[in-house]
Design a protein around this ligand. Structure first.
Ligand code: AMP
Length: 288
């Protein structure tokens, strides 16, 4: 079957309706394009758990603040199309801004509190854009499952909250982080790194692994672990730390001795590129 590319909401919804009538389960992988192995792993997960896979490619302007990298964000639709064909994707939904945000657009979806911490502190309007566009994609495409990456840990928790709160009938599936051999999490934004920044960027994952080891070996002094991580990152790179946070991996609340999974997440600027990464460590408990 030839892969379809659809640009309009009417055609997209009609395709989904047709599949549903036939009892076909739709899997959605929302992306901003410039696809890499991380995206492809999401597509593989979607293929394994649904009958037909839709990849949306849309650089959503509302999740970028003025002065962020919306204009520079890398784009290569032809290459994305080839990769999707190779992965056996059934359809690419590739709408334009005039389709997603027509003149007179006024409605936004915002998940309170969770959108204002961590990445939300330096990007206060970011998650409102993400939840709004995902809500629209869920309504247009009506996916049975929707696959997101653990790379954007806070995003997954915010989307889960939105899907639960608004009773959106899609099952969220979170796929693990895909990394380069040296540990750097794949990201379309890695393209912005200079050669020397690229060389030192794996220190982010190394610092997360260090924190994981500390916790697993019973060191529960988060303050101390954090200051060691800061030393590692600042001592080995030109990175500027936006945040390093230890949170409950499910609720994003502060971890406590009963917390089963602890999310350790960080955001670091290399010049203008802001890289994020995270790791989940099971059970911080005082008996460890
Ligand atoms: P983006 O195109 O950057 O908006 O990402 C689209 C989806 O791919 C999101 O759900 C991301 O979390 C996911 N993703 C991005 N990078 C990775 C990665 N290295 N490993 C796994 N998933 C990823």
């Amino acid at each position: 079957m030839k892969m379809k590319v659809i640009n309009t909401i009417e055609a997209m919804s009609a395709w989904s309706r047709e599949q549903k009538l036939k009892g076909i389960r739709i899997g959605l992988v929302p992306t901003m394009g410039y696809l890499h192995e991380g995206h492809l792993s999401l597509i593989k997960t979607a293929k394994a758990q649904s009958d037909k896979v839709v990849v949306s490619i849309y650089i959503n302007p509302t999740q970028f603040a003025p002065g962020e990298d919306f204009d520079q964000y890398p784009r290569d639709f032809e290459q994305d199309e080839k990769l999707c064909v190779k992965e056996g994707v059934d359809l690419i939904f590739y709408p334009g801004d005039e389709i997603m945000y027509p003149k007179g657009f006024k409605t936004y979806v915002e998940v309170n509190e969770l959108s204002r911490i961590m990445c939300g502190l330096s990007r206060p309007t970011h998650f409102k854009g993400v939840t709004t566009v995902c809500c629209k994609l869920f309504n247009i495409i009506q996916p049975d499952i929707s696959v997101f990456g653990q790379k954007d840990a806070q995003q997954t928790i915010i989307l889960r909250q939105m899907v639960n709160d608004l009773n959106i009938p899609t099952e969220l599936i979170i796929a693990p982080i895909v990394r380069e051999k040296d540990g750097l999490a794949l990201s379309s934004r890695n393209k912005y790194l200079s050669e020397s920044e690229r060389k030192v960027a794996p220190i982010l994952f190394k610092s997360l692994q260090f924190a994981e080891e500390q916790i697993q070996s019973g060191n529960l002094d988060i303050g101390k672990i954090k200051s060691e991580m800061i030393k590692m990152i600042l001592g080995n790179s030109s990175g500027k730390i936006d945040y390093i946070e230890f949170r409950n991996a499910h609720s994003l609340e502060d971890p406590n001795p009963e917390t089963n999974d602890t999310l350790i997440a960080l955001a670091v600027y290399f010049n203008k590129s802001r890289l994020i990464d995270n790791i989940i460590v099971p059970a911080i408990n005082n008996e460890a």
